[in-house]
Ligand binder design. Structure first.
Ligand code: UGA
Length: 425
């Protein structure tokens, strides 16, 4: 099939590369000329395991192209996939300007049947609006499909190839058949539904995941006060198949470009219609408090942070990505420096120099350099590299061996034996 993917972000590049790998002819367009120039030179804007190789393979095979010329590239396509960002606006509602810009480019196309699959996360009702807008001249030339994506950054290729389900919201047989053809290699269950339900499934799924994290963080905080090992508690809870073991990892709280944004958006959706959204408001509130607990713990152990040196290990919002959007690390660094503390930070893939222009911290070349002379260390990202840190070496380079472990990577008793005061998040 001839496919155009609009948007060269996480979802766009990963989808384009995998569609090409499946043998489709794919062009991925983005209005950001510099981004496309860099991709065409072999520099991907995102760190995603396995993606660079997949992109290069398919470019060389002649099945995958990147372009900044949307109109030129749309004309001979059978399916257009919209995968542009829908970042949060000032009021918590998603900013749909990039989405509508893409839709307008599609409407400007010469007549001819076209499937428009919306992978961007959009408020319930958007696909219906897009369909009205595209077909307002009355010839139903455009078949709109809501095709939400459930991939996670850091394991995006795996998630795309082995999804738990495909959700397809569409209102016509040709659209259904086109999507079945597009996703033919997948073995998972396909749920065919209407536009609104498909859009709701995406928000409801992300809000549920966010809720699970705030839930386990609350239980972790309770364990810390009254006893109980949270790792064992989470394991024991997760064995109940009605609950499930995934997303029960306590820590500094959820970040990234999706869970915080989509939970805010579902709150806004409900409030607009007078539905009580206190559950999800509390999920967001607990998440804010969870990040602040790191600062509370630092102050509890060090007193005033003024003049104190803190090593922050990890800037990305989770492991295996260079994405710092809504990363707890940013807020933690800001709070420490506002209280007069000094931060030395390390992350294996984030561009620390670029970030240090906006935040006050000293970028370092490895974890031990960040820990050198520190009064405390905070683990923010669950990078594997941090799991393998040598506690003896950590202790020897730190001024005060205090570790606030925001990802529960180490065992408190073992660290105590090695002379490190360890506290879970
Ligand atoms: C999330 C969803 O998991 C995907 O299904 C969805 O497609 C994606 O949003 C999206 O809407 O595009 P992502 O934001 O990449 O994916 O990352 P997650 O793995 O969900 O992690 C989100 C945050 O929760 C991270 O900060 C992570 O460290 C944290 N987390 C996750 C926990 O604190 N505990 C857990 O048990 C799991």
């Amino acid at each position: 099939m001839k496919i155009c993917v609009i948007g060269a972000g996480y979802v766009g590049i990963v989808s384009a590369a995998i569609f090409a790998e499946w043998g489709h002819n794919v062009v991925c367009v983005d209005k950001n000329k510099d981004k496309i120039l860099q991709i065409n030179k072999g520099h991907l804007p995102i760190h995603e395991p396995g993606l660079k190789k997949l992109v290069e393979q398919n470019r060389h095979a002649g099945r995958l192209y990147f372009s900044s010329d949307i109109r030129d590239r749309l004309s001979d396509r059978e399916i257009v996939v919209i995968a542009v960002g829908t970042p949060p606006g000032d009021d918590g509602r998603p900013d749909l300007s990039a989405l509508w810009e893409a839709v307008e480019s599609i409407r400007a196309l010469p007549a001819g049947k076209l499937i428009v699959a919306v992978k961007s996360t959009v408020p319930v009702g958007t696909c219906a609006e897009i369909s009205c807008f595209l077909n307002d001249i009355g010839n139903d030339q455009f078949e709109v499909v809501a095709a939400p994506e459930f991939l996670r950054q850091g394991s995006a290729i795996h998630d795309f190839l082995l999804p738990d389900r495909m959700i397809i919201g569409c209102h016509s047989e040709p659209a259904k058949q086109a999507m079945q053809e597009l996703y033919k290699p997948l073995q998972c269950p396909f749920v065919f539904t209407d536009w609104n339900s498909a859009e709701m499934i995406k928000y409801a799924a992300n809000a549920f995941l966010a809720m699970k994290i705030s839930y386990i963080n609350t239980i972790a905080n309770l364990c810390e006060e009254i006893g109980g090992d949270i790792d064992q508690v989470a394991f024991g809870i997760g064995l109940d198949r009605r609950i499930g073991a995934a997303f029960l990892q306590p820590g500094v709280g959820f970040g990234g470009s999706c869970l915080p944004k989509d939970t805010q958006a579902i709150v806004a959706l409900g409030e607009d219609r007078g539905v009580n959204m206190a559950l999800f408001q509390e999920v967001l509130h607990i998440n804010e408090l969870q990040r602040m607990r790191i600062i509370d713990k630092l102050e509890q152990h060090l007193g005033s942070l003024s003049g104190k040196r803190v090593a922050v290990l990890g800037l990305a919002f989770k492991a295996n990505t260079n994405d710092v959007r809504e990363s707890p690390a940013l807020m933690i660094i800001r709070e420490i420096t506002e209280r007069g503390g000094k931060v030395a930070a390390f992350d294996p893939v984030v561009d620390m120099q670029a970030l240090s222009g906006h935040l006050s911290f000293r970028p370092t070349g490895n974890p031990y350099e960040a820990l050198q002379g520190a009064d405390a260390a905070v683990i923010v990202t669950d990078w594997d590299e941090f799991r393998h840190l040598d506690p003896v070496k950590m202790r020897s380079v730190m001024h005060n061996p205090l570790l606030i472990d925001g990802r529960n990577l180490f065992d408190t008793a073992m660290m105590k034996e090695l002379g490190i005061k360890h506290t879970k998040s």
